[in-house]
Design a protein. Structure first.
Length: 339
């Protein structure tokens, strides 16, 4: 439901690749719908191959031209009366004006995103001048300010460094500074802490929380690490095999998960009680996320679900249904499982 506080609304988004019908493979993501409120941090979680990164690339307009995309991605205006934009209907030029300005993205591996032959300052200045009518001197001054804002000591020195001269944590901070340079309403972060050690992970998460508070921007944070999600998320969206299977507040998700897949993910987390009881092995989910040609006709989690019931779960794809206030789940048995 759209409100004045909604910055992004995704409705029925599906993305497919490969040949057209009749030999087309099923969509990689299918009927994905959710919204992001202003100032909200939404975490997309799930195992690899669940469709999280494809969803983010579709939002950014970074999928190849051959991708088959249907649905709506509505970016709502900041001010009352400002028109909403369907990002999928924009021309390439119009989309380029949006990308990096109103919507920015931070990728998992900053070393592969930074140009190795240009200094940090040159790359940051280019972004600032692209989005703003600035002289090079003024862009350089503002670039130092952005590096300072993301917690880099001696930002004037960092501006002159090459990417390979920085640590992984500093490179990720530089990428966040570049993403902020366009003053975005929405920041998409695709597993930005995965390649970092635990201490630097915590610093980057604290940085994102601080920047959200200071700027009021919304964040879509993609991760497979529920411990990370528990630290920063206002809302959790769980994806599995190309579908959203649960969408709820973070508090509801971590205290009252409704989807068996969500329960299995939480059960796989290490806990203090496990250590006290001398348990040496973590719980695991048997099997793997099904490939495009292997998806079952019914609930896609049914072959791995300990609560699955034949004739109920293995035919007809379940729909998202209400499991409480502002809580959706894709499971026919959630009520009896939760009882």
């Amino acid at each position: 439901m759209t409100t004045r506080d909604t910055v992004l609304e995704v409705d029925g988004l599906s993305v497919g690749f490969g040949p057209q019908a009749p030999n087309a493979l099923p969509p990689v993501i299918e009927d994905v719908s959710f919204s992001v409120r202003r100032g909200e941090i939404v975490c997309l979680v799930g195992e690899s191959s669940s469709g999280k990164s494809v969803t983010s690339l579709a939002l950014m307009g970074l999928l190849p031209p051959s991708a088959r995309i249907t649905g709506e991605i509505m970016l709502h205006g900041r001010e009352a009366g400002e028109p909403s934009l369907d990002l999928l209907q924009l021309s390439r030029r119009a989309r380029n004006r949006i990308r990096g300005h109103r919507i920015s993205m931070v990728f998992q591996d900053p070393m592969n995103c930074l140009d190795p032959i240009f200094s940090i300052g040159n790359q940051l200045v280019e972004i600032l001048r692209w989005h703003n009518a600035l002289s090079r001197v003024e862009a350089w001054r503002q670039g130092i300010g952005y590096l300072h804002a993301v917690g880099i000591n001696q930002p004037d020195v960092c501006m002159k460094r090459m990417p390979h001269e920085l640590s992984g944590g500093m490179r990720q901070r530089v990428m966040i500074a570049m993403a902020l340079a366009g003053k975005p309403e929405l920041l998409i972060a695709d597993e930005p802490t995965t390649a970092l050690d635990v201490t630097v992970q915590a610093q980057v998460l604290d940085l994102l929380l601080r920047l959200r508070t200071q700027t009021g921007m919304s964040v879509i944070f993609i991760t497979h690490n529920l411990a990370v999600a528990s630290r920063i998320a206002d809302r959790i969206i769980v994806m599995y095999a190309g579908q959203i299977v649960e969408n709820s507040s973070a508090e509801s998700f971590f205290t009252r998960p409704a989807m068996p897949y969500s329960r299995a993910l939480l059960d796989a987390l290490p806990t203090v009680d496990m250590i006290r009881q001398g348990q040496k092995r973590l719980k695991t989910i048997s099997g793997n996320v099904p490939g495009l040609a292997e998806r079952p006709a019914g609930c896609r989690f049914f072959p791995r679900c300990v609560h699955g019931v034949a004739a109920m779960c293995d035919s007809g794809s379940p729909v998202l249904q209400s499991a409480g206030a502002d809580h959706l789940v894709r499971c026919r048995r959630w009520e009896e499982i939760s009882a």
